[in-house]
Design a protein around this ligand. Structure first.
Ligand code: NOJ
Length: 537
């Protein structure tokens, strides 16, 4: 069951920005279908598709008006069915985006809930008893909708003010605030069932599961997230019973909690405690040539989460970026990104590549906000495929594009990078091929950190082929990954067996003695050996 996760490699597609098949300046499902061979050719075998449901688009589709209808600008439910068929025909998988925390204020559920008379939706959202009551001090409520409703109450907003919070109850309800219901009260239980129905709808159509938006924030006044963890365990039980093949990846950023909650995978994110930003995006990213990065705290937390997740089989996902982060190409140049990908594609867990990162697409500076993107807008600009109009994204007049493209697309596009053997795209493809060919690189393979001191280079780790119980396989493959993104030669005490062979390298070759490795500036190598031997750090 769910064995495909052992080798899954995801590509995140932002539907409005990937490929426009009908020339209206915005991407659509048929456009995605036209580009499936590109995604497969890259080596990705799974897709996470951001929300593509009916919406007023005040938060780019994370404000859903109708959970079970594809937004007309992207196509129809029939188009989605067709897309799923084409994805599966290629042996690939598809996760849709589930947004369980809030809807749009234009959702029919909210319209009913806002009525002054009691009905089936009265408790679907979090409402106070009086329009003047405040949500001050209530954890993970970001604002409120006050006024404009027949109902005498204020409704909690989960993100922007047009996104009323669905009601999953309060873990520690304030006894003086009778509107704070327990998670097992009838209203919150009905919300769970409504979201289960949404999941049933798309799983019945054939999707393989969901990326879950703001997964850690559903139960309110829940400081240790115990209520939210219990809620997701309940959702997981539902999946086990009705859809045992379905998978979920959480936008949570704390694998120690989310994997315990029943998620199969969790992302490390730009928020939360994981120190993910230290890799590619701080002021001094580890993968910058300047060589001032530090991954100690990142690895301390990563190893702890990994140890906790191993027994449950959960997977930690490191994304190259996503639609909420500033693109990697803003902090790293294309050569630096090659080493960033050499890391991303040799780590355990499930790698996620954000569309366009494989070619080093730029963050577009100084754009006005589009559909609630604000500073995220520059990371959401349309994909660059070729040298034709709008870089092959759309036939529309360039002024009509949903988000403007950057001038750099004339050089940075799939066609140009295809023609250049030294390009980032060619490197990413090669790294993916190597990952797929080596059992030690499987998503659930072994991992040992051999060298990562404070502010030190190189980074050295070992990947191993494992048995089903996670122990190293006798005589199985071992791969040593040595990465020196800095501009200085670095050396380290580590023993790599003499007969191990380099299966991939970048930059000048490293030198090894019995117990030391000398790693030239800006270089990397994967060194494999198929019979087991002892290694000391
Ligand atoms: C996280 C999503 O990734 C982001 O794009 C969205 O704005 C918020 N959640 C609210 O749904």
């Amino acid at each position: 069951m769910r064995e495909w996760l052992d080798d899954a490699l995801f590509y995140e597609i932002y539907p409005q920005s990937f490929c426009d098949s009908d020339g209206d300046g915005i991407g659509d499902l048929r456009g995605i279908e036209e580009k499936l061979d590109y995604v497969k050719g890259l080596g990705c075998n799974a897709i996470w598709l951001n929300p593509c449901f009916d919406s007023p688009f005040l938060d780019a589709g994370y404000d859903i008006r109708d959970y079970c209808r594809i937004a007309p600008r992207y196509g129809t439910n029939e188009d989605m069915k067709h897309l799923i068929g084409e994805i599966h025909r290629r042996g690939m998988h598809l996760l849709l985006d589930l947004v369980p925390g809030h809807t749009s204020d234009e959702c029919a559920w909210f319209r009913e809930s806002a009525k002054g008379t009691r009905n089936d939706y009265t408790d679907r959202y979090i409402w106070t008893n009086k329009v003047w009551d405040s949500f001050d001090g209530v954890g993970s409520i970001m604002g409120c909708i006050r006024g404009g409703t027949q109902r005498n109450g204020a409704c909690a907003a989960n993100f922007f003010n047009s996104q009323p919070a669905l009601n999953y109850g309060f873990e520690n309800p304030d006894p003086d605030k009778t509107w704070q219901q327990r998670p097992d009260a009838p209203g919150p239980m009905a919300t769970r069932e409504a979201i289960r129905n949404v999941m049933r709808f798309w799983l019945d159509m054939g999707c393989d599961g969901f990326r879950v938006d703001m997964a850690g924030s559903l139960v309110k006044n829940d400081p240790d997230q115990a209520g939210t963890i219990a809620l997701w365990q309940d959702f997981r039980e539902f999946l086990e019973k009705e859809y045992p093949e379905a998978v979920m990846v959480s936008e949570w950023g704390q694998p120690d909690r989310s994997l315990l909650a029943g998620f199969h995978m969790d992302f490390l994110l730009h928020f939360g405690p994981s120190h993910y930003l230290d890799l590619f995006r701080t002021e001094h990213p580890y993968f910058s040539r300047e060589g001032k990065g530090d991954l100690r705290t990142f690895f301390d937390l990563y190893l702890k989460s990994r140890a906790q997740s191993l027994s449950g089989g959960g997977l930690i996902c490191i994304p190259s970026g996503n639609h909420d982060m500033i693109r990697m190409a803003r902090t790293l140049g294309p050569e630096e990104m090659k080493l960033a990908f050499a890391f991303l594609l040799s780590m355990p867990g499930v790698p996620f590549i954000y569309y366009g990162d494989e070619i080093g697409m730029h963050y577009v500076e100084d754009l006005l906000s589009v559909e609630g993107g604000y500073e995220r807008t520059g990371s959401r600009s349309p994909m660059a495929f070729d040298k034709t109009r709008n870089a092959g994204f759309s036939d529309a007049d360039p002024d009509r594009l949903y988000i403007a493209q950057d001038a750099s697309i004339r050089e940075i596009n799939v066609e140009s990078e295809d023609g250049n053997p030294q390009s980032l795209l060619q490197t990413v493809r090669a790294l993916i091929r190597i990952r797929a060919a080596h059992p030690a690189f499987r998503n659930r393979g072994g991992f040992r950190l051999l060298q990562c001191g404070d502010h030190s280079y190189p980074l050295v780790y070992e990947r191993t082929e494992v048995n089903a119980d996670g122990t190293d396989k006798a005589g199985g493959e071992q791969i040593f990954v040595v990465l020196n993104p800095s501009g200085q030669e670095a050396e380290v005490t580590a023993a790599i067996p003499g007969n191990a062979e380099t299966i991939w390298s970048y930059g000048s070759p490293l030198r090894r003695t019995a117990d030391r490795i000398f790693v030239p500036a800006a270089s990397a190598a994967y060194i494999a050996q198929t019979t087991s031997s002892t290694v000391t750090a």
